[in-house]
Design a binder for this molecule. Structure first.
Ligand code: NAD
Length: 283
């Protein structure tokens, strides 16, 4: 193996420790800690685990945990009213609507109901517009985590050719925007890209976010490249990513593992965004 393995658990732990210090400083100044409201709708087991972890780590970082669990057949107006109430609640700094939503609920409409000032997932139209314009705002958590991993590992972003595999609203597109803002030369590959290996193998930084298990192999990677694996897939032998780790770690310069790479960073970025939102709301 030639690649340096980037330890996302460790980077995330350090990030959460910084967030905890900021949360304490906020509490000292304002008399209450920043609050993170989570809204979980339905009983999707994976979503339940994600939300439980977010709440646990939020509490550990000293944030106030505000949780609402609604049934899958909840009326859309009820969810909208809850979001309005949380928007108005001075003890709530961040609002997270756990995705995916049960069928029948208007995902885009409900996300955009969240006040951009409390949009700690960075998914509202306003937050995404701010990202595209390069003005300050809350950034999507997983892409923000990708950048933090690269920075911590000492990977040069400016001037590098970054290829992002995937163009979703949640991961691929905002990751490409963040890399562009950091002056990388960015290519976005997607399901219609005709020769993925030809495109990906020109990357100095390769972000794999296609959601296809083991899509990226040796042929997709330029020797010495930094490979960030966003994919998460449950298999009988455990979690795997979009990248064939054993194969690619013989070629890459840096690689993130699954589990223990990007996953922990997503929650760390969420907690950091919550304190940032609290600071901005009281400024
Ligand atoms: P998505 O399905 O919304 O988007 C996948 C994207 O990949 C699409 O833009 C599609 O065009 C592209 N794609 C599909 N097949 C491709 C192919 N063969 N070649 C090139 N591009 C292809 O998924 P998403 O929400 O962006 O998530 C992507 C992956 O990241 C999933 O495995 C998901 O579980 C994981 N994820 C991880 C975290 C984390 O915290 N680590 C957070 C969010 C998502």
């Amino acid at each position: 193996m030639t690649a340096v393995v980037i330890d996302g658990r460790e980077v995330a732990r350090a990030s959460r420790a910084r967030t905890a210090q900021r949360a304490q400083a906020f509490k000292d100044q304002h008399g209450h800690a920043p609050g993170l409201a989570t809204i979980l709708i339905g009983n999707d087991p994976a979503s339940e685990v994600y939300v439980r972890n977010k709440r646990r780590l939020a509490t550990e970082a000293g944030l106030v945990d505000v949780h609402h669990h609604l049934s899958a057949d909840v009326a859309e107006e009820t969810v909208a009213q809850l979001i309005d109430d949380l928007n108005a609640d001075v003890n709530v700094s961040g609002i997270l609507l756990q995705l995916p939503l049960p069928k029948g609920l208007d995902r885009a409409g409900l996300i955009d109901r969240i006040s951009p000032a409390k949009d700690v997932d960075g998914l509202t139209t306003v937050s995404q517009g701010r990202l595209a314009r390069g003005v300050s705002g809350l950034r999507p958590c997983t892409p923000a985590g990708v950048i933090e991993l690269l920075d911590t590992a000492g990977v040069a972003i400016e001037g590098a050719h970054a290829v992002v595999v995937g163009r979703s609203e949640l991961v691929g597109h905002p990751a490409a925007e963040l890399l562009l803002r950091r002056s990388a030369t960015v290519t976005i590959a997607h399901s219609r890209t005709s020769d993925l290996a030809a495109v990906a193998s020109t990357a100095d930084i390769l972000v794999a976010a296609a959601g296809i298990p083991a899509l990226i192999g040796r042929d997709h990677v330029k020797p010495g490249a930094a490979v960030v694996d966003v994919g998460i897939h449950r298999t009988d032998s455990g979690l795997i990513g979009d990248v064939r780790f054993d194969e690619v770690s013989d070629v890459a310069g840096w690689i993130t593992p699954v589990p223990g790479g990007v996953g922990p960073m997503t929650i760390a970025a969420l907690l950091s965004n919550t304190v940032t939102a609290a600071e901005s709301l009281t400024r």
